[in-house]
Design a protein around this ligand. Structure first.
Ligand SMILES: Cc1ncc(COP(=O)(O)O)c(C=O)c1O
Length: 431
């Protein structure tokens, strides 16, 4: 088959696919006549496809396409309304290597495929903006600006959705986060302030700074519009986005057959929102926190005390959370963690070395290239699979792409050399 014929054949196949999708989506309750109609249309479409694949001339092809374009109008429900329409309904992926090695099904929700900022924070950013719009706190194209303190992901989601909705974004973030994130924020037209990592009592800590900047904006008569502090750590909009989105999607995608949910916590919104939804449906479900070094949450869940050994005087290297992992781990109780904390059954600590080795493993074995929090989630999910034994089903999250972590987390990893460089899963879990 010539390249041109292959092109037309592929186009024909695509049109047939789009048509079939539209027909299935619009199926009515009255199935019998609908099925008969479908059969007839199918035959017609097959004829069309065969005819189209034989046409070599572009002008003739265009004429023929116009003849079959009417049924495609039915496919409009597959068209997303703006970038916001590409948020949610992410795929659930069976991670083959980890599932095969443990005898459990390890499933990961591909949250990096959310379409605006490419992380679960798309859901939260949209929820925050929609809530503020409903309350009349934001007016498009008025100069209204959303301020947020973030390690990056929430800022990127906010910046993208702000652009789509006619708002401005101003992001405050610690200056030791991967530079990819602040570069991306600038390209999305956000204002970015990178500040020294500081404890939460410091007014220049990135979250406090964002809150202060929002208030300064509103108080300044020379500035257009108002400042709105998004407040991802404390806002109800955060866990609710996962309660109404991520949780129900996991339930539907697994048909309610799952034994455990594993996730790290930054604000805690994901863990709380998903746990609140799933535990209502599945009271036996095990909810497990995956926690990086330096975070106090592990001990909070295990022993009821918010403490990490690295908090001890003189042992801590940095002032936020002492790990190479970005986005998860924290040393204070946020509202979004509080609302679901009673539902967390256990916690698993993951070292930086384990996270790095897992990130590499996922590329080598599965072609999955993710960032640090996703790697922590996968280590914890695999450890849990070993604890539970074969035959269980565990769901976790792949939060963002490794492309966001090239200069920091992934900079610590040797180039991937192929399967001959394999380390065993046991040595990863044991390291
Ligand atoms: C990449 C990444 N993964 C995971 C999380 C944690 O999600 P949550 O804030 O819902 O606990 C964050 C939070 O910012 C993040 O940036």
């Amino acid at each position: 088959m010539s390249d041109q014929s292959r092109f037309y054949y592929t186009l024909g196949a695509f049109l047939l696919g789009a048509y079939l999708t539209s027909v299935w989506k619009s199926r009515s309750r009255d199935v019998e006549p609908e099925l008969r109609g479908l059969e007839q249309r199918l035959t017609q479409q097959q004829k069309d496809q065969s005819r189209l694949s034989k046409i070599d001339n572009l002008g003739t092809l265009k004429k023929n396409l116009s003849g079959i374009s009417r049924p495609l109008e039915k496919a409009t429900d597959t068209i997303k309304q703006g970038i916001e329409g590409c948020i949610g309904n992410t795929p659930l992926i069976r991670i083959k290597s980890l599932s095969d090695a443990t005898g459990c099904e390890i499933l990961a929700k591909a949250e990096f495929l959310n379409g605006a900022g490419n992380s679960p924070k798309d859901r939260v950013a949209l929820s925050i903006i929609e809530m503020a719009e409903e309350q009349g706190l934001l007016v498009p194209h008025s100069g209204d600006t959303i301020y947020e303190g973030t390690v990056g992901s929430t800022g990127i989601s906010l910046a993208a959705i702000c652009r789509a909705r006619g708002y401005k974004a101003h992001i405050c973030m610690p200056d030791d986060m991967a530079t990819e994130k602040s570069d991306l924020l600038l390209k999305l037209g956000a204002e970015v302030e990178r500040v020294r990592p500081a404890p939460i009592v410091d007014q220049n800590q990135f979250v406090n700074l964002a809150r202060n900047r929002a208030a300064e904006h509103t108080a300044n008569p020379d500035k257009r519009g108002r400042g709105l502090f998004a407040d991802q750590f404390e806002t109800e909009a955060n866990w609710r986005a996962h309660f109404t989105g991520t949780g129900p999607e996991i339930y539907d995608q697994t048909g309610g057959f799952l034994d455990a949910f594993v996730s790290g916590a930054g604000t805690g919104g994901t863990l709380s929102g998903v746990a609140l939804f799933l535990k209502k449906k599945l009271p036996e479900l095990k909810v497990v926190l995956a926690d990086p070094p330096g975070s106090g949450l592990y001990n909070r869940v295990k022993f009821g005390v918010m403490f990490d050994p690295k908090e001890r005087e003189g042992t801590r290297r940095r002032t936020q959370v002492d790990t190479i992992v970005e986005g998860i781990g924290i040393n204070r109780l946020t509202h979004n963690f509080e609302v679901g904390k009673e539902l967390i059954d256990d916690a698993i600590r993951v070292t930086d070395d384990q996270a790095i080795a897992m990130a590499r493993w996922l590329v080598e074995h599965d072609g999955i290239f993710v960032g640090s929090s996703s790697a922590v989630n996968c280590v914890a999910a695999t450890k849990l699979a070993k604890q539970l034994g074969p035959g269980h089903r565990i769901v976790t999250l792949l939060c963002d792409s490794g492309a966001r972590h090239l200069s920091k987390f992934w900079a610590n990893t040797e180039p991937i050399g192929g399967s001959e460089d394999d380390v065993s899963l046991n040595s990863i879990l044991g390291s």
